[in-house]
Design a protein around this ligand. Sequence first.
Ligand SMILES: [Zn+2]
Length: 159
Amino acid sequence: MYTFNEAVNPEVDPAIRKTMQGNRGSNTKPELLVRKILRDEGFPGYRLHWKKAPGKPDIAYPGRKIAVFVNGCFWHHHEGCRYAYTPKKNQYFWINKFEENTMRDNKVYSELVACGWKVFTLWECELKQQEHTGQMLDLLACLQEAVPAGNQVCKRSIC
Ligand SMILES: [Zn+2]
């Protein structure tokens, strides 16, 4: 999920590299939790990292055009969140990295919305405190209402 090119960032020390690798990729704990809740609530038909939707959402219901992102607070720099700190070492690198991530997130969300998708963002810190967060309840309500209409591939050029 997070591409990281050592050659471009030679100043990154091994400890940071380890942090980055540890946080990379899919099937994170919060993701697994969300998938379990969705299955338990009776909505098992999701696709993981569905390539045909902009930004390959962590969880997608193509028929209902519902996309779910399960965001780690550190990587996605959750605004006002205590987990969204900036490491003291290599601050410039991290500030850049977080800006990039936030910009990419916003771009993906607006592309999805432009294609008629409903986008839900679930944050790691909120899921830790309470499994059924406000967003989760909204998502479940939306799933309940939406009528699946087959796998909808967006035809717009930006997708
Ligand atoms: Zn957070």
